[in-house]
Design a protein. Structure first.
Length: 268
């Protein structure tokens, strides 16, 4: 949404104060552990943009809670797998040889949105080590959530998603749909009977850049919207509004446990 359109669709500016109240109404509370998927443009015109949104989220969660966001960088990957857009075959080896190694401090996210980009550079935010599927966290359980992120099976049992499950965390879809719900990937692993494939990314080992292959599942998000709609019918999802954005708020455990059963029944 262009800024002019955001202004025209907003009766009043969205401010830190109004967003804070909306987030409370959406389900967030002090001390909560929550992973947020976000779309800045969906909120309407926000005074201060993404910075204001992060401030409001932190105001509600407080340092006794934990705020988590996906900080994925899927472009730090094997160009042979790129589809949106693809690159010429003759470029592949050059890309593998020269792409910078993933660095949690500076590697930008890809297609995660402005709120995530602001959050990952926020003071006291920690970011996990996975070159493609990292997560950033701030607050009480930040270190526990991001540490020991497995290189193989990046969204499985040794990932921040599993730690969110263990901590009885929550999900807030802030102007995004179920297709962005990374939590459902944990259900993919737990479903079992999954196809595995080789991926690769540039990482640092002993201070040196290496191009390293890792094993992971063949991710499939095409059914996530149907999965989410079926999950919502259980009554476990709270729908609300933050600014102009539609929000969905629910427990990680509820989503994953339902997702495992649904995927077993509906995905062959």
């Amino acid at each position: 949404m262009a800024e002019a359109e955001a202004i025209s669709k907003s009766q009043l500016p969205r401010t830190r104060k109004t967003l804070t109240q909306d987030l409370i109404n959406a389900g967030l509370t002090p001390g909560i552990t929550v992973i947020v998927h976000s779309s800045l443009s969906s909120l309407g015109w926000v005074c201060g943009g993404a910075v204001t949104v992060v401030q409001a989220l932190i105001d509600v969660v407080t340092s006794s809670g934990t705020l988590v966001m996906p900080t994925h960088s899927n472009d730090y990957s094997d160009p042979e797998l790129w589809q949106n857009p693809p690159v010429p075959t003759e470029w592949w080896q050059t890309i593998r040889d020269t792409m910078p190694a993933y660095d949690a401090r500076i590697t930008p996210t890809r297609n995660m949105g402005k709120i995530v980009e602001v959050f990952r550079t926020w003071e006291n935010v920690l970011r996990s080590s996975h070159p493609n599927f990292s997560f950033a966290a701030w607050g009480n359980h930040a270190e526990d959530i991001i540490k020991n992120h497995s290189f193989n099976y990046s969204l499985g049992e040794e990932s921040p998603l599993a730690r969110l499950y263990d901590l009885n965390g929550y999900v807030l879809l802030l102007g995004t749909g179920y297709d962005t719900c990374t939590t459902f990937h944990l259900a993919e692993y737990r479903k079992g009977d999954i196809k595995t494939v080789n991926y690769a990314a540039p990482i640092l080992e002993a201070g040196k850049r290496v191009w390293k292959t890792y094993l992971d599942i063949d991710f499939d998000t095409e059914s996530f919207v149907d999965l989410g709609e079926a999950f919502e019918k259980t009554g476990c999802v709270k729908n609300s509004k933050v600014g102009s954005a539609d929000t969905k708020f629910f427990a990680v455990r509820d989503a994953v446990d339902f997702g495992v059963d649904w995927l077993k029944a509906n995905r062959k």
